[in-house]
Write a protein that binds this ligand. Structure first.
Ligand code: SAM
Ligand code: SF4
Length: 357
């Protein structure tokens, strides 16, 4: 008599892969229970604008070309982050990331990773009109575009370049390419563009893009940030409230997670505006970010005063395990908060544009 043995069930290759990722995976955890899953990669420290809160008119001493990671090196490190360290979101930023020539190819390489991370871009929008579609095809999903004013002259005053029409064309192209969400980042500066808060909100509502005001942080190379000159989140809310009723969004409070923006519903509409109170109401306790600079340094916080070098081991043939271990150690020592509000606070040596915002 023949006994029929049960046919062995083949595991699908997807579930086998998920298991092998789990087995190989270390978490980017710190001593305060936070786990970094959101990687911000600065593709360059260079920029074609000179926003007053970010760069001096003459620009900065750019990183030497040989120090900047090649596309291949970037992809190798991002691959380690995604495959071994649990990174689920990769945000490409700078400096101005659209200045990176092969950005579309880089996006396509990251999108091809398995498991595929969500890919986002933070940009000033210059040159985006011609590239948004290609970036979307390559695998870009989300985009944040910086826009501080709708007035061409204020744009020049703020960014020292006459490029407002390029930015607006970039925003329109991002929407047309189906990037979703399209978020607009706005920094208000006292006496320069703070009178435009409501104009920007009205414009964002009509364009159906998500506006988020960001408190100015002490990350400028000129060290010109002054607490009493900063437009605070409360002030932004008060300014907007002269024109519309803002209602705290209970759904947002429940689901906010690590998102830095507090959302306020504009009463009588389905629209919510975000306010990022990085200084006045820090959200470090929920931070899930880690940063890779264009020259291959890991920073566990925007305000960290130390970095961990991954470029040297990468270029001297270290194994993926060794690089991953260094990365894990870099995140493990993350401080509980940025400390801006401590009397002993010291601004980091690198400015925002060289860290990756
Ligand atoms: N060049 C791109 C851009 O402007 O979107 C990406 C890099 S930029 C450093 C990223 C974001 O940081 C921008 O939205 C910019 O407005 C913001 N930013 C720059 N310096 C800042 C500061 N000192 N405080 C708050 N936000 C700042
Ligand atoms: Fe350039 Fe962005 Fe800094 Fe403006 S905020 S100078 S666009 S890096």
């Amino acid at each position: 008599m023949t006994t029929l043995l049960p046919f062995p069930r083949l595991r699908s290759s997807a579930s086998a892969h998920a298991e092998s990722v789990k087995r190989n995976q270390l978490a980017l955890a710190d001593a305060y229970g936070r786990v970094a899953t959101d990687l911000r990669v600065s593709l360059t420290d260079r920029c074609n604008l000179r926003c007053a809160y970010c760069m001096p008119p003459e620009g900065l001493d750019w990183l030497p070309g040989a120090d900047v990671l090649t596309d291949e090196e970037m992809v190798r490190l991002i691959t380690i982050g995604v495959k071994r360290l649990g990174i689920t979101t990769v945000r490409l930023t700078g400096g101005e990331p659209l200045l990176r020539k092969n950005l579309e190819l880089l996006v396509a390489d990251i999108a091809a990773l398995s498991p595929a991370p969500e890919i986002a871009l933070t940009t000033n929008g210059i040159g985006l009109a011609a590239r948004a579609e290609k970036l979307a095809v390559a695998g870009l999903k989300r985009i944040n575009i910086s826009l501080d004013t709708l007035d061409p002259e204020t744009f020049v005053r703020l960014s020292r370049r006459r490029r407002l029409p390029d930015v607006l064309a970039g925003i329109a192209a991002a929407r047309a390419a189906g990037l979703n969400p399209v978020k607009i980042n706005t920094v208000l500066m006292r006496g320069i563009n703070d009178h435009e808060a409501f104009d920007l909100l009205r414009w964002a509502m009509s364009e159906q893009v998500q506006l988020r005001f960001i408190e100015q942080m002490p990350l400028d190379p000129q060290h010109g940030w002054k607490r009493d000159e900063m437009i605070t989140a409360d002030e932004i809310r008060q300014r907007l409230s002269r024109h519309v009723e803002l209602v705290e969004d209970p759904e947002d409070a429940r689901t906010r997670g690590s998102a830095p923006a507090e959302l306020f519903r504009v009463a009588g509409t389905g629209y919510s505006v975000g306010i990022i109170a990085s200084v006045s109401k820090p959200f470090c306790g929920a931070c899930d970010r880690v940063r890779l600079t264009a020259d291959g340094q890991i920073r566990n916080c925007l305000f960290a005063r130390t970095e961990s070098d991954l470029r040297t081991p990468l270029r001297s043939g270290a194994s993926e395990e060794e690089i991953a271990d260094r990365w894990v150690a870099a995140v493990a020592s993350k401080q509980p908060g940025h400390g801006i509000n401590d009397p002993s606070f010291l601004q980091p040596d690198r400015p925002m544009s060289a860290i990756g915002g």
